[in-house]
Design a protein around this ligand. Structure first.
Ligand code: CU
Length: 148
């Protein structure tokens, strides 16, 4: 293979990879693979926060953990050191939260681990996440559908 052929092949691979990535992103909104983290911009657009439950999918009426990561919105490869994450779950149609108060520990490197989440009913829930840094707090809300 000549250098030119190799470069051509690399370019086609790169284009295919980008196309594949774009497809994954749009497909992810319709049908999320169990292992893919959910992510969203926070309310003022400063952070991009992701979360993934353990176990996944979230079991009904059983304890689960959540792992959070906070990235800069303008550089989603960079975690935000010292970001402090808070989270709770809310059931908007019934106007109630969880019976247990989850505990979220922020690790100082832009990651956080939440324990003690328990969604005791099937139906639509919201995971409400707060991200604080230097006295400023922004929020992101994720819809959850808990099915038996
Ligand atoms: Cu309820």
């Amino acid at each position: 293979m000549s250098g030119r052929e190799r470069r051509g092949l690399l370019q086609r691979c790169a284009i295919a990879a980008v196309a594949c990535l774009a497809w994954n992103i749009s497909a992810g909104e319709l049908e999320k693979p169990a292992s893919a983290p959910n992510g969203a911009l926070t309310s003022a657009g400063t952070f991009y926060v992701t979360w993934s439950p353990d176990p996944d999918p979230i079991p009904i009426n059983e304890l689960f953990k959540i792992r959070f990561k906070v990235y800069r919105a303008d550089d989603r490869g960079s975690l935000v050191p010292r970001a402090v994450v808070t989270a709770n779950a809310w059931m908007p149609e019934h106007n109630h939260g969880t019976a247990l108060q989850p505990r979220v520990e922020s690790h100082g490197d832009g990651t956080a681990t939440g324990e003690g989440f328990l969604l005791h009913m099937q139906g639509r829930w919201e995971l409400r996440v707060g991200v604080a840094l230097d006295g400023q707090m922004e929020r992101a809300t994720f819809g959850l559908l808990i099915e038996p």
